[in-house]
Design a protein around this ligand. Structure first.
Ligand SMILES: [Cu+2]
Length: 68
């Protein structure tokens, strides 16, 4: 299991945070997702055999947020 912390900008309220958490959590290979709205951080634990960080970033960007 790998853990990474992503800088995500554009999340402005709990709805944004919940959407990111829900959508990323539903991806295959994701173990845990934690969103720090105030800090603009998304921490993900995932199985590297099933998913890569690029796919996770792309999914967040599809939701309309920017991943730094
Ligand atoms: Cu929002």
């Amino acid at each position: 299991m790998k853990k990474e912390i992503l800088n995500v900008t554009g999340m402005k309220c709990n709805n944004c945070a919940n959407t990111v958490k829900r959508v990323v959590s539903s991806m295959a290979g994701i173990d845990k997702v934690n969103v720090d709205l105030q800090g603009g951080l998304v921490t993900v634990s995932y199985d590297e055999d099933l998913i890569n960080i690029k796919a996770i970033k792309t999914q967040i960007e599809k939701l309309g947020y920017k991943v730094g």
